[in-house]
Design a protein around this ligand. Sequence first.
Ligand SMILES: C[S@@+](CC[C@H](N)C(=O)[O-])C[C@H]1O[C@@H](n2cnc3c(N)ncnc32)[C@H](O)[C@@H]1O
Length: 191
Amino acid sequence: MSLTVRPFQKHLVSAPHEFVRAPSVSPLDLEIGCGVGWHPIAYAGAHPERALIAIEHTREKFEKFRHRAEQHALANLFPVHADAVRYVTHAIEPATLDRVFLLYPNPEPRAENKRWFRMPFFGELLTKLKSGGTIELATNIESYAEEAKVYGNYWNLNLRSESHPQHARTHFEKKYLERGETCFDLIFQKN
Ligand SMILES: C[S@@+](CC[C@H](N)C(=O)[O-])C[C@H]1O[C@@H](n2cnc3c(N)ncnc32)[C@H](O)[C@@H]1O
């Protein structure tokens, strides 16, 4: 019996090399979908002993973030313009992340399988997190927070804290708090 080997597709094999690899530093944190960068700049400034990779895929938002980041000249902040799924998969080594931030992700009301906790990619993301590392999720949608708890259980994560932010850390959080909405913040920990 002979095996049929499919030829390599160049665009597929070259994908991992498109990315600059994540810095080999510890502690290392990751923010996905950081928008124009309020949180990553404040966080990196407040934690000079930690490194933060902050990813945003919308070009216009990323350019604003990069411009601001340059003005703050933070050596521990690494802005990345990429799709987080591809970047995390190809550029981050297993068990190297200490904290992951998912702050006000798009709620995907009509594409529920694109919600971070429901995607197969979430399993890949967890392989990049150290044991004892955390994932922080913030949302203004109660049902989204409740669903994340169910999926957190499915992914064998421990819910370490649950709170209602009162002070804005991101542009979306500011908008929701100014509207008088309740925001939900969940911190999960990997075993
Ligand atoms: C609702 S906004 C929240 C922005 C910011 N975290 C805040 O709270 O102000 C969600 C952000 O996630 C970004 N985003 C969505 N999917 C992404 C992906 N796969 N990779 C990188 N960024 C993504 C969007 O471009 C958008 O800027």
